[in-house]
Design a protein around this ligand. Sequence first.
Ligand SMILES: [Zn+2]
Length: 198
Amino acid sequence: METPLSEELINELNEIIKLPREEQSLRLKEFFKKLTPEQIEYLKQFQTQQCVFCGITLGKINSYKIYEDTELIAVLDINPASLGHVLVIPKMHLKYSYEFSNKIFEISNLIAKRIKEVFDYDTNIFIANGVNAGQKFEHLVINIIPRYSGDNLNLAWQPKPTSEKELNELVSKLKFEIKKEEVRKIETREPKKIIRLP
Ligand SMILES: [Zn+2]
């Protein structure tokens, strides 16, 4: 599909994508006012297929890399929750951590350990598995968030009361054992095809 956008507009959009969420939506409103209906239609289609994290892993978006191998990349979050916030991103466009090998957890552990060794910071390791868990681009990312005294970060939630009956029902539904023959082999999958601006 030919892009109906000028190079100037593409550059502006690439700058907007890098902005923090609130600023981004304000700038996007202004940006859309300048476009023709044809350009808006193109972008709507594009937006549903575009993924910032694929942009990072492909090097189309500049990043501050601290680790890279053939399957994943670890970069500094440019809008960190705390100083030294790292994102571990699979190069495949996968949504769930269980679609990837456990290597992603091993690398995350190494990064948490490194943060401890270098800065003596503790860490929260946070994963959003799916859109309802907070994913913006349906692309798995593991957040390694350094924690230190005075970081002003609040990851607390409101605990909800639950009954013994509910707890027993949940155990009966969720309880499991791992049998040898059930250990699933993690397949190597091809990333989903994503259309990108040239
Ligand atoms: Zn992606």
